[in-house]
Design a protein around this ligand. Structure first.
Ligand SMILES: [Zn+2]
Length: 172
């Protein structure tokens, strides 16, 4: 059962963030095809230029750590600022840091790939809707996630994939 077909994407850490973007008609789009973070999975999530760079508050979501599938290595996905445990994340996701300022500091923001229509994805999976209206997005093939989220209570419809939770494939 050796996984001979490997994910063509490279890890986020092999790029500088500005190298992942390209300008398309006055928006900042993803330069490369976006794949599942699991090396053993070849699931393509988004085509190049399908999404737009956006920054959202970390505290709005608090993405729990990615679960690591048996035998898989996603050590680079680990985020040292995340203290949410997988088993409690689903029930404890809430706005933990109610800020008094209207604009969150830059360091409290996280970069996402944003699409306004779920049909823009090549493949994507959705979690059940949480009580706060958030749905997590995951790999459609192997269920690795959360890779991002959809806030069904938001004023504008958007689907967000965290830049640092996916792989990138530079087509030659
Ligand atoms: Zn996958």
């Amino acid at each position: 059962m050796a996984a001979t077909a490997r994910n063509p994407g490279k890890q986020y850490t092999e790029f500088k963030e500005q190298d992942l973007t390209t300008s398309v008609q006055e928006r900042t789009a993803n330069k490369f095809d976006i794949y599942c973070p699991q090396e053993s999975c070849r699931c393509k999530l988004l085509l190049a230029q399908a999404a737009t760079l956006a920054h959202r508050e970390k505290s709005k979501l608090s993405l729990p750590k990615l679960p690591v599938a048996p035998g898989a290595t996603v050590s680079t996905i680990e985020e040292n600022d995340s203290t949410v445990h997988e088993d409690t994340a689903q029930s404890e996701i809430k706005e933990t840091e109610e800020s008094n300022t209207t604009t969150a500091p830059v360091e409290d923001q996280q970069a996402f790939w944003r699409v306004s229509n779920m049909m823009a994805f090549e493949n994507i999976g959705f979690s059940k809707k949480l009580p706060n209206g958030i749905q997590f997005l995951s790999c459609a093939d192997c269920d690795t996630g959360p890779l991002g989220y959809h806030d069904s209570t938001g004023s504008s419809k958007e689907y967000l994939i965290a830049l640092n939770r996916v792989r990138y494939h530079e087509r030659s």
